[in-house]
Design a protein around this ligand. Structure first.
Ligand code: GLC
Length: 458
């Protein structure tokens, strides 16, 4: 690179030399000038190479294996075309494409795959528009674990077996005695940390409290920033959307601040939100209030953060071939509480092809697919038996801690709120966003408490 750059410069400088002659500059002086200029250019390029952070990770996955075949495929609906709102743009897309290819091949049903919006909140809003219009344009959709209660009137009751699924998840998907969605994968907030950096800065293990996290993030950031100006201590989902509800609830609960619906302005909750506001521009980037899952992942996987709060699939994406942080990070439970997340598959009540649609739901959530998705992508199963699977434990060793993380995880109040959950969550995340942007914590969260109690009034 250095040579070609030098050649390019020499070529450009040739006419300049002629001009210099014309201006009667002594040739020796000019040569010295050119040599110095080239040395400077070389030095700047060298410095730039030192400080430019690692390239961002590729957004999609490279799969090692093909998905399992459809168990007992039924070709009665061959030739039907389904429209399906599936995985959002990013890491999950490659999984989706491979699964759909297999499904189409085995059943003869064609699937028109539309990646759902990046933000869960926007996704919910787009489903509401489809449902309000009673539109048959969508047949199958992925629904967040917090939505079955709210979306139930627009979903087809399924006749699939839930044997072997986590009973709490099945209960969450049963509305008025009907199964309205099939739990496909499960998640919980986790703390990702760079093992190489912890070691370099003399830490024996991941932080166990927010105090420790702050202190470690600060000292690692201070050491790394001079060589990588983009480096930050801690990244998390700070955009004004459902992901912020998950993060904020974790801060609130783990610091003794009570629950989302009634104690949002307790002194402990206010302290927890103010503390997070204090991270912005110190251990977290100023732009963190614009970050959703894939932005956060890009920063950490690009080698530009010491700690990250994220869902389990980043264990697979971060260890994918070519990832700049491959083998240089680990996961631990978050300090304190972790919010439960995950996605389910459902059929729209306005679909013209409910039986073909149910076949796709059955395939997406069947045991072999859950296993494949977990082994390849750390999208964790909703069937407890799979957590003992030797191949899964070998590929994703952190799965050994997950049953305990799930057992202790906190749930968002979707069952209590039912169709009001999304509104309740919006009130909450908007209030927290105001605090993050520098608003008065007591005033903002006091308003949130009043709005929430008004919303939840019987
Ligand atoms: C993840 C979780 C989901 C949560 C969302 C928030 O996708 O699985 O439950 O609502 O993140 O961004």
């Amino acid at each position: 690179m250095g040579t070609s750059l030098a050649c390019a410069h020499t070529r450009k400088l040739a006419p300049l030399a002629e001009q210099a002659q014309y201006l009667a500059l002594p040739r020796v002086e000019l040569t010295v000038f050119v040599v110095r200029a080239l040395l400077w250019v070389g030095f700047i390029v060298f410095l730039a190479n030192l400080t430019v952070p690692a390239p961002p990770p590729s957004t999609s996955a490279t799969l090692r294996t093909t998905p399992p075949p459809v168990p007992r495929p039924d070709r009665r609906w061959a030739g039907t075309t389904l429209t399906y709102y599936g995985e959002r743009p990013g890491f999950g897309m490659a999984f989706e494409r491979a699964l759909l290819r297999q499904f189409e091949q085995d059943t003869g049903i064609r699937v028109n795959y539309i990646p759902r919006p990046l933000s869960a909140s926007e996704c919910y809003a787009s489903y509401q528009r489809v449902f309000q219009a009673r539109s048959p344009d969508v047949d199958v959709m992925m629904v967040d674990v917090v939505w079955p209660g709210a979306l139930a009137p627009h979903l087809v009751p399924l006749s699939l077996s839930t044997e072997g699924f986590l009973p709490q998840l099945v209960e969450n998907s049963m509305v008025d005695g009907k199964l309205v969605a099939m739990p496909g994968y499960l998640g919980a907030g986790l703390l990702y940390y760079r093992t190489d950096l912890l070691q370099r800065y003399g830490y024996e293990g991941p932080p166990r409290s927010f105090d420790e996290l702050e202190q470690m993030a600060k000292s690692i950031q201070a050491g790394e920033k001079p060589v990588n100006p983009r480096f930050v201590g801690f990244v998390w989902q700070g955009y004004t959307y459902e992901g912020l509800t998950c993060n904020a609830l974790e801060w609130q609960v783990s610091q003794g601040g009570g629950q989302m619906l009634d104690q949002v302005d307790s002194p402990e909750a206010l302290r927890a939100f103010s503390r997070a506001a204090g991270w912005i521009g110190t251990i977290s980037p100023a732009g963190v209030t614009g970050y959703q899952e894939e932005d956060v992942r890009n920063v950490f996987e690009g080698g530009n953060a010491a700690f990250m709060r994220h869902w389990p699939y980043c264990y697979a994406s971060g260890n994918a071939p070519g990832s700049p942080v491959k083998g240089r990070f680990e996961v631990a439970p978050l300090p304190g509480a972790s919010v439960l997340g995950g996605w389910e598959w459902a059929v729209s009540a306005y679909s013209r092809h409910p039986q073909a649609a149910e076949q796709l739901v059955a395939y997406q959530t069947c045991l072999p697919v859950q296993r494949w998705r977990a082994v390849e992508g750390a999208f964790l199963p909703t069937r407890p038996e799979l957590y003992k699977d030797p191949e899964l434990l070998e590929r994703m060793p952190f799965c050994a801690i997950m049953p305990e993380v799930f057992r202790q995880a906190i749930t968002r109040p979707s069952t209590r709120c039912r169709d009001l959950y999304n509104e309740a969550s919006s009130i909450y995340f908007q209030g927290v966003a105001t605090v993050l942007q520098g608003g008065d914590p007591a005033a903002s969260m006091g308003r949130v408490r009043r709005d929430l109690s008004e919303l939840m009034q019987p």
